[in-house]
Design a protein around this ligand. Structure first.
Ligand code: S3P
Length: 448
């Protein structure tokens, strides 16, 4: 079976699988793919990208870069090979609103990239994106001199370009999207832009800026944060890069293999940036048989093969400060906890409420509907693990790709099948999900 849901509203069903075996390559990383297109569009010259994730979110960013004047071309023969003819820092005003669909990363990073372009642009998205907070981006950009119009800090947002001035900014939340938007705006600002992170977040923007010839410094702080300085204005030069595989997407098959007895799988080409591999460290603490080997590099990031064997997991009491290293992996970690011995407590999950859905509520509801004992206490999720999980539920995914994939992973190991609604939304981040899972022996099918 490799029948991926064909429309966003399509449902999918996962039934209990025999042990999972075999290997596949992780799809291109979503965060790195957005950044490759955006930096390529800002740069001078022609950027060649291999392994680009061709998911709905990334394609929305590609269309936005094209509307801003970059030349965007997909290779006719080879999947994932794209060429971006950059605008040398001179975006043109788009004739229509830039539609980012479901993608917070695309919208927020592009706001930073266009801030200093001296043009006016309108940002729109789907219902989910239009309900998510944008003040976290608009506040620092306004402090740099941008004029922003929004409905209550949400999309649609209109940005009026301006001559930007650098700021010294301490983001109130640990967010790579906020950091990245400020740094990208800093490229066009006069003076030294400083971002002071109290807790490190994924640093793909910093790494990729260097790949495109930018100069910036990153000083780690003993408190666990970092100070990033970028003197503007600076221009970027086109680059050649290969997108590493996405550890957030690999997480689904990895957890499925852990909870399906007798399984043993390998996922090739998984990015091992420590700001992205929190889930794997946590699973190891829970007793998971996980190994990274055969390491290499791609786009300035380290990659490795990930081998996973089914394991008897132990519950975990998880500290809140690891959240930025695994922020997108909590729904699938919660599924692992449902199969672990003992009661887990995942602490400090308030940021999950601001994702594609209220992921704290949606994850809790997914567990309870599947017969798992779980509670929310403040910002903590408490999960009582068991040897067997009933399943047998139809899950409301709220159009959230990661809730849909977590539900289908649970269904792969539960006693009764699990149905996820709006499973077509999985294509926002991982269009090959059903194919990759089923290649290892999972039984996921699209429903009419
Ligand atoms: C992302 C950062 C994270 C993450 C998102 C992608 C990025 O968001 O949830 O899926 O590419 O920078 P925050 O940095 O806002 O937590």
């Amino acid at each position: 079976m490799s029948n991926a849901p064909s429309s966003p509203a399509a449902k999918a069903r996962a039934s209990r699988a025999a042990p999972l075996h075999g290997s596949f390559a992780a799809p291109g990383d979503k965060s790195v793919s957005h950044r490759a297109l955006i930096l390529g569009a800002l740069a001078h010259g022609s950027t060649r990208i291999r392994g680009l994730l061709e998911s709905d979110d990334v394609l929305a960013t590609a269309r936005a870069m094209s509307a801003l004047g970059a030349g965007i071309q997909r290779d006719q023969i080879e999947t994932g090979v794209w060429t971006v003819q950059g605008c040398s820092g001179r975006f043109v005003a788009p004739s229509e609103p830039l539609d980012f669909g479901n993608s917070g990363t695309g919208a927020r990073l592009t706001m930073g990239a266009v801030a200093g372009a001296g043009i006016s642009a309108q940002f729109i998205g789907d219902d989910s994106l239009s309900s998510r907070p944008m003040r976290r981006i608009l506040d620092p950009l306004e402090a740099m001199g941008v004029k922003a119009g929004s409905r209550d800090g949400r999309l649609p947002v209109i940005l009026e370009g301006a001559q930007l001035t650098a700021i010294d900014y301490s983001p109130p939340i640990a967010s790579a999207q906020v950091k990245s938007a400020v740094l990208l705006a800093g490229l066009g600002a006069a003076g030294e832009t400083i971002v002071r992170e109290s807790r490190l977040t994924r640093d793909h923007t910093e790494k990729m800026l260097r790949l495109f010839g930018a100069e910036l410094t990153v000083e780690p702080e003993s408190s666990g944060g970092a100070v990033i300085r970028l003197a503007g204005p600076q221009s970027l030069t086109a680059a050649e890069l290969t997108v590493p595989g996405d550890p957030s997407s690999a997480a689904f098959a990895a957890v499925a293999a852990l909870i399906c007895p007798g399984s043993s799988i390998t996922i090739r080409n998984v990015m091992t940036n420590p700001a992205r591999t929190g889930l794997y460290r946590v699973l190891e603490r829970m007793g998971a048989a996980i190994r990274f080997d055969n390491s290499g590099t791609a786009a300035g990031e380290t990659v490795a093969g990930l081998s996973v064997r089914a394991s008897r997991l132990q519950a975990i009491d998880l500290e809140p400060d690891i959240a930025p290293d695994m922020i997108d992996e909590y729904p699938v970690l919660a599924v692992a906890c449902a199969f672990a011995k003992g009661t887990s407590r995942l602490r400090g999950l308030h940021e999950l409420r601001a994702k594609e859905s209220d992921r704290l509520a949606a994850t809790h509801a997914l567990l309870v509907a599947s017969g798992v004992e779980a509670q929310i206490e403040g910002d903590d999720l408490i999960i009582v693990g068991a040897d067997t999980v009933r399943g047998g539920a139809a899950i409301h995914t709220h159009g959230d790709h990661r809730i849909a994939m977590a539900a289908l992973v649970l269904g792969t190991a539960a006693e009764q099948p699990v149905i996820a609604d709006q499973a077509g939304m999985i294509a926002t981040s991982y269009p090959g999900f059903t194919g990759d899972m089923n290649r290892t022996g999972a039984m996921i099918e699209a429903l009419p």
